[in-house]
Ligand binder design. Structure first.
Ligand code: ASC
Length: 545
């Protein structure tokens, strides 16, 4: 089946957390419309860019774009930007059931509210390996009051001006900023108003005794979150479109770019309502939690729970987060066994550095910059001057580097060179975390791979040991994912098959970190890429192709 969507992308004033701000909407909404489809359907989205002055590009996160690498939606990698006033048609097949997301992939535009969910069901007659009565969707986000452009200017200026922590957390597009905390109150009553209908808290109405499949996704700009429903256990059954061997948690840790399905049974005292909360972990965030309400039918939906919202986990204890990452295994009967060995091992040391006085993030001491000509087009048309032809390094100085200290060479290098992978080869990637430029500090980075799923072979603390740690890899039932955290001062090991012809971004899903250079590009099987559509052309050296 073909599912067609016509979207208009616009600037509008909205108050998702009661504070009025210019946002980017799709057909008047943020989050945008949910795409619902069945496995093997073709999705056609005709998106008109009605922004006044900004380009756009939309990435279909978790959809591998097999045979359509030009519709991945990553500006500068797979396409030229979509200019204001123009309409771009994305067309691709959703080849796997599961929970996915879409979002802007142009600069840090996702932060302005251009995001939504993609839900792919099984074909008729097939069923999931778990039972539930109702299917519901919750997207989580964090929210800033200044504009994406202001953030970008601060991040790229000397001295560096950090974006700071978000002003609020949104649950399905709604949050609650404390308007009375504004230092300069506005005379305009609509400017920050807790009675604004845009910021009515999210409510999930449940029927006592029924089981709900909640599809929880996070598209935060920065924050790692802990999600919980007061008094209710969450059974994790799906991660990034793959079935998980079920396990029960009180709170789900979720990183930007991840999706999960959890089963929740409405089995508590039905005479009251319960808090649904999101809290920031891994960073010392001063703000209040995201709050929604689980409403037991037929209680009044406006009735607040009688309790104080459940306490957040301690923000700086990474052990429970590491433990939950390690608990996620492929479900029995749905295991894709990884290749036993790999053809190439690439170790990515993640560091914070400076480049000509600017604060940057680097991978193996290379801070990524975008070329003007998208890689896919440059590679296919052999435009060898479009980007640096020298590949970045496959590793770093393992023996001597101290991950618990600041990078000794504060001045990093920058490049737009890429990693060329042999087609159909098996590649291992070890993400190695380290100290930032601040003493005794290491952050959490969710890394997202376009165009593929990878097996998560293991996580560890400290410096990855090339000789011993590979012996501990899980080759029996590793989960496949497209986004994975690397925990503070830790490492994460992945394996994937370079079997999807195209050019694919692999990057930290924190908007500001990617903007500051925390990403790489993989290319494989370019000779197998079909004829590129002319709609992706127009920028850099692609004019006239
Ligand atoms: O990129 C970042 O910069 C700041 C901080 O390191 C600046 O000192 C921070 O918390 C980041 O994640």
């Amino acid at each position: 089946r073909i599912r067609r969507y016509k979207w208009e992308v616009k600037n509008e004033f909205k108050s998702p957390d009661c504070y009025r701000k210019m946002v980017i909407t799709i057909n008047g909404r943020t989050p945008g419309p949910t795409i619902r489809a069945q496995q093997h359907d073709t999705i056609i989205v005709e998106g008109t860019n009605s922004l006044f002055t900004e380009n756009i590009a939309i990435h279909w996160h978790g959809i591998r774009q097999i045979g359509t690498p030009w519709f991945d939606g990553s500006e500068g990698i797979t396409q030229c930007p979509i200019l204001p006033g123009t309409t771009f048609k994305y067309q691709f097949v959703v080849d796997r059931p599961g929970t996915y997301v879409y979002h802007a992939h142009y600069g840090m535009q996702r932060d302005s509210g251009l995001y939504g969910s993609i839900i792919v069901g099984l074909p008729d007659g097939e069923s999931e390996p778990f039972a539930y009565d109702y299917d519901r969707n919750i997207s989580l986000n964090d929210w800033y009051h200044n504009s994406t452009t202001e953030q970008a200017v601060g991040l790229s200026k000397v001295p560096f001006q950090w974006i700071g922590e978000p002003q609020s957390l949104l649950i399905h597009g709604r949050g609650r900023f404390n308007c009375s905390s504004l230092s300069v109150p506005s005379s305009d009553p609509g400017f920050c108003n807790t009675t604004n209908p845009d910021c009515i808290p999210f409510r999930l109405i449940v029927v006592p005794g029924k089981t709900y499949r909640l599809r929880v996704s996070s598209l935060t700009s920065l924050s790692a979150l802990s999600f919980q429903i007061e008094g209710h256990k969450l059974t994790v059954v799906e991660a990034d479109g793959h079935y998980v061997e079920p396990f029960v948690v009180q709170n789900l840790f979720i990183y930007s770019g991840e999706t999960y399905s959890v089963l929740v049974k409405a089995d508590q005292d039905p005479t009251t309502n319960y808090w649904i909360t999101s809290n920031i972990v891994s960073r010392p965030a001063p703000n209040s939690p995201g709050q929604g309400v689980l409403v037991y039918y037929p209680n009044h939906p406006r009735r607040s729970p009688p309790t104080i919202p459940p306490a957040a986990p301690v923000w700086n204890d990474s052990r429970p987060r590491m433990a939950q990452s390690q608990a996620i295994k492929a479900r029995r009967g749905y295991i894709h066994t990884p290749p036993a060995v790999s053809d190439r091992v690439i170790v990515f040391l993640n560091t914070q550095n400076e480049l000509n006085g600017r604060r940057r993030w680097s991978v193996n001491n290379v801070s990524f910059t975008h070329p003007l000509t998208p890689y896919l087009i440059a590679l296919k048309h052999n435009l060898t001057h479009a980007f640096d032809q020298n590949p970045p390094p496959d590793g770093y100085d393992f023996l001597n580097y101290d991950i618990y200290e600041r990078h000794p060479n504060a001045n990093t290098t920058s490049s737009n060179g890429i990693y060329r992978l042999n087609f159909n080869s098996t590649v291992d990637v070890i993400l190695q975390n380290a100290n930032t430029m601040n003493p005794n500090n290491s952050e959490t980075h969710p890394w997202h791979l376009h165009g593929h799923d990878f097996w998560v072979l293991g996580y560890g603390e400290g410096k990855f040991d090339m000789f011993n740690d590979p012996n501990k890899y899980n080759l029996v039932n590793p989960i496949m994912k497209n986004t994975v955290p690397v925990h503070p001062f830790g490492w994460t090991a992945l394996r994937f098959k370079a079997d999807n012809p195209g050019a694919w971004s692999f990057h930290c899903h924190i908007e500001s970190h990617l903007f500051m250079g925390m990403g790489v590009v993989f290319a494989e099987g370019i000779e197998k890429v079909g004829k590129l559509p002319s709609s992706i052309m127009g920028c850099g050296q692609t004019q006239g192709l």
